[in-house]
Design a protein around this ligand. Structure first.
Ligand code: ADP
Ligand code: MG
Ligand code: MG
Length: 878
């Protein structure tokens, strides 16, 4: 390969070599779309630059200069000319787009002489000097690392001095002063003269782009987004002939999506600014005009834009995100890439593009990152409750979903508080790429400046976080840490709520409601249901959850945790009474009451899941989880003593004694699961009976109920057989009493390492297996699942000892091997044995991919994640 390719000669399929931007520019050039001439320095050169101790390989600059000559021929402009100077932009671009992560230098090639040339040639000195000051600022920032604020300061005071509001109103005299101030800033910073030779400028700029690849911002972005070397290895540099959107009122620059990135509608969506240059739109310095207006203001260019949009969509078969510039009425394209859209827009465009025969159903399914669907399943604000809250302000809806949290105006503070577990809403005038880490630790983002294409909007949408931008009525005061709108002030730390779907901001925590599934989403789910092989079941413990799961497309319940039923307020007391009962007789009375409650719950859940299997797990947690914490209780007793409440003290002391008896050093590996069933058989008896009796009632009502009973924490066949005897006894009793045959599958969880290793023994009794991957992961790593995430795990990931938390995504090599052993053993005894997984992993797309490959029967996930699981399962099957 060569180090440098002109756009027309590059092979645009080589994204890894050319980067996304370079590939897009060369593809558009081939499509005969109006792209200013230019060339790409490959990512390979970037890697050589690093191998070469951060020096450009010798053959690069000669190649670059040859390509500059090619541009000169095409444009008739001349490099370093005082008559018709050729200016270029220097732009980074890796194989994966990293929006705004690396800065572009515009107007390169200007110096004291060429700027005069540009002024005379265009007869527009204002434009020439405006371009020059932009160049120095960007060059100073990117190449020399000068703090942006220093330049902003000069610009602001120039505006004040000339008494204007907008950059575009500055006159030549002001601009010349700004230029000389800017240069002084750079020279003070670098202790060298500002480089005047375009050749030197170009060389330095190219190196700066390569350096930015290893800059902190870029490294953090790649880490957070899992961009590894195999998907983007180094950045390319694109050198593009400058075209000017700031040449007057017949010039403009803009950013559009070929379809609405927010809702997916087939309409060109975006913003433009008259008499402005690229960055102005993205940075949100001036709020752009809706592109629909372009049709009135510049009809010819609007037509060229919309033709280009449809041509590009047809070609790439994906909605595109396009940058364009109009120079004195002439239309140019500067970038195209696959549009990053909200989950809703992805769904709608998938369905639409299938209808338009642009893509097939498989492509429609695979182009939606399953994880992103979460946003569609996000809560929205409860409209009926809104009237109780004060609307603080309204801005532009930039990323859908509702979020509440404390107002934080400082980026560092947002990161600190977010990492400490606080819910944070980040409020800023605008955001910059270096603020991205704060996005991760915030629930949502609110800015007072910028439009839908601003940095804050794009980043939030990509992350699926609610975001509002351009909230102009909100006056933010960084010194006082407050924001004010409509006469109301919110201080740092006060709770606000934002609705990124409509753009409204409220004071206080607004209640939210369950999302509704749209027709298009249903269509996608329907295609996915027909494509997937894995079954998708729900982790659901209440009739409501069961109904929700079914609505979302869940086919059965993979895990119904019976203990959750005791957590309800009116029941916990009963359960405590059961634990506290002095003798078996008293315990029997309480258990009977509990049995009635469980039976009625089971009936409702089974009815909600009629026709599908419902796996009911018997009591799992240790009993002391239901009792108060001994320390807290003894504190309470001290207080009661002060009040001399003798009767209450006595009662509390009994509970305290029992709580101390039951306390364990290591409860997760303690007296829980089947071990409770062995020592308190009456509890498991009660639960098994409740399931059987529920089935009796439902069978009489002709409801097709399919309960299954599952035993947690089994480690040996002896334990399982012990419980099976209880099951058999109860089954016989209920069958005899009701004179009917009852079929309830009896199975086990595989969540203890020994269970996986002896699954062939367990399968002689168990009719089904369900891998409890949370506990299995805990046991396999000896990582306490309750503690690690907040303790050493982050450092493990930072130090690359672990790629991801094994509690989020299945550890394929370790836990995955145990699962495979379990399946092989189980199915070696029972050929078509049902084997599923429950646990958090059931809703994780990567784990689902593993489960599909391991030929599991189903995964079980929380109701909200079922649609994600369905789509992920379909993607695994495609
Ligand atoms: P990013 O990757 O951050 O979008 P770009 O390289 O696309 O950076 O450039 C930033 C801005 O500068 C964009 O708005 C782009 O349209 C504009 N721009 C880049 N090159 C040119 C050029 N040759 N002429 C005019 N504007 C340009
Ligand atoms: Mg761009
Ligand atoms: Mg478990």
């Amino acid at each position: 390969t060569k180090p440098v390719y002109a756009f027309e000669e590059a092979d645009s399929k080589q994204r890894m070599l050319l980067g996304g931007k370079g590939a897009g520019l060369s593809e558009m050039t081939r499509l005969k779309l109006p792209v200013p001439p230019g060339f790409t320095i490959t990512t390979e050169v970037c890697n050589k630059y690093y191998e070469n101790n951060r020096k450009l390989p010798k053959d690069v600059m000669p190649s670059v200069m040859k390509n500059i000559e090619k541009i000169e021929k095409k444009t008739g402009k001349k490099w370093n000319s005082t008559k018709n100077p050729l200016l270029v932009s220097v732009r980074s671009g890796a194989a994966i787009s990293m929006p705004g992560m690396m800065d572009t230098i515009l107007n390169l090639g200007l110096n004291e002489k060429t700027v005069e040339g540009l002024a005379t040639q265009t007869q527009n000195p204002r434009f020439a000097w405006d371009s020059y000051r932009r160049f120095i600022q960007l060059f100073g920032k990117v190449v020399f690392g000068v703090n942006d604020e220093k330049f902003d300061h000069v610009l602001e005071s120039a505006k004040t001095k000339q008494k204007v509001k907008d950059d575009s109103q500055l006159n030549v005299e002001s601009l010349k002063k700004i230029v000389s101030e800017y240069k002084k800033i750079c020279e003070k910073h670098t202790k060298r003269k500002f480089p005047d030779s375009p050749n030197e400028q170009l060389g330095l700029a190219i190196e700066a782009v390569f350096k930015s690849w290893m800059g902190e911002r870029a490294i953090v972005y790649r880490e957070k987004n899992n961009i590894t070397k195999d998907i983007a290895n180094g950045t390319a540099v694109n050198v593009v002939t400058m075209v000017f959107g700031n040449m007057g009122d017949d010039s403009a620059t803009g950013v559009v999506f070929t379809r609405n990135g927010h809702n997916g509608k087939k309409e060109i969506e975006g913003e433009y600014l008259i008499n402005a240059q690229g960055e102005d739109v993205v940075a949100g310095v001036r709020t752009g005009k809706n592109v629909a207006l372009l049709k009135k203001e510049m009809p010819k260019s609007h037509k060229e834009l919309s033709d280009a949009c449809s041509k590009l969509e047809k070609h790439f078969r994906e909605p595109q995100d396009i940058e364009f510039t109009i120079e004195q009425g002439k239309f140019y394209l500067l970038q195209t890439r696959t549009a990053k859209m909200s989950a809703g827009a992805l769904v709608k465009t998938s369905v639409d593009m299938v209808k338009e025969k642009l893509i097939d159903k498989n492509k429609a399914l695979t182009r939606i990152p399953a994880q992103q669907l979460e946003a569609l399943l996000h809560r929205t604000m409860d409209e009926s409750k809104l009237k109780n809250y004060k609307q603080l302000a309204k801005g532009i809806a930039a990323s859908p979903g509702a979020a509440s949290g404390i107002a934080v105006f400082d980026v560092k503070k947002a990161i600190e508080l977010g990492e400490a577990g606080k819910k944070v809403i980040l409020i800023r005038k605008e955001t910059k790429p270096e603020d991205v880490p704060a996005f991760f630790s915030s629930e949502g983002v609110l800015t007072s400046l910028g439009g839908k294409s601003s940095h804050a909007a794009i980043v939030s949408r990509g992350m699926g976080k609610p975001c509002i931008v351009g909230c102009a009525e909100l006056k933010i005061d960084y010194d006082k840490n407050t924001c004010t709108a409509n006469g109301k002030t919110v201080k740092e730390g006060e709770v606000i709520s934002i609705n990124g779907s409509v753009g409204t901001v409220f004071i206080g925590e607004v209640p939210t409601v369950e999302p509704k599934v749209t027709k298009d989403f249903e269509q996608i789910l329907d295609w996915a249901q027909k494509t997937k092989v894995l079954g998708i079941r729900a982790n659901a413990d209440t009739p409501e959850a069961a109904k929700l799961a079914r609505k979302f497309g869940g086919q059965g319940i993979g895990l119904c945790r019976t203990e959750r039923m005791f957590n309800a307020n009116d029941r916990i007391g009963l359960f405590v009474d059961m634990i506290m009962a002095e003798n078996a007789e008293k315990r029997a009375i309480v258990l009977k009451k509990l049995g009635q409650l469980q039976k009625s719950d089971f009936k409702q859940i089974l009815k909600a899941m009629e026709g599908y299997e419902v796996t009911i797990r018997l009591l799992d947690p240790p009993l002391h989880e239901f009792l108060p914490n001994p320390e807290e209780l003894s504190e309470k007793i001290q207080k009661l003593k002060a009040k001399k409440a003798t009767k209450e003290i006595k009662k509390a002391e009994v509970v305290l004694k029992r709580a101390r008896e039951l306390a364990e050093v290591n409860p997760m590996m303690g007296h829980r699961g089947v071990r409770v069933g062995v020592t308190y058989p009456e509890i498991y008896e009660m639960q098994i009976r409740a399931v059987f009796e529920a089935l009796v009632d439902l069978t009489k009502q002709k409801v097709k109920a399919h309960p299954q009973i599952m035993i947690p924490q089994i480690s040996s066949i002896a334990e399982l057989n012990h419980i099976k005897k209880i099951y058999d006894k109860i089954k016989k009793e209920v069958e005899t009493k009701n004179k009917m045959k009852l079929k309830i599958n009896f199975g086990t969880m595989i969540e203890v390492v020994r269970a996986a290793l002896t699954a062939n023994e367990l399968a002689t009794t168990a009719e089904f297996f369900s891998f409890g991957t949370n506990d299995l992961t805990q046991g396999t790593f000896s990582f306490s699942r309750e503690d690690v995430e907040g303790k050493f795990l982050p450092e493990y990931m930072e130090k690359e000892l672990l790629e991801r938390s094994p509690f989020q995504s299945i550890d394929v090599n370790g836990v995955g091997s145990l699962i495979k052993i379990g399946i092989d053993h189980g199915r070696g005894i029972r050929k078509n044995m049902e084997v599923g997984i429950c646990g958090e992993h059931g809703g994780d797309p990567d784990s689902i991919k593993f489960c599909h490959g391991a030929k599991l029967s189903y995964v079980s996930a929380s109701p909200h994640r079922i649609p994600i699981a369905i789509v992920a399962a379909a993607q695994a099957a495609i």
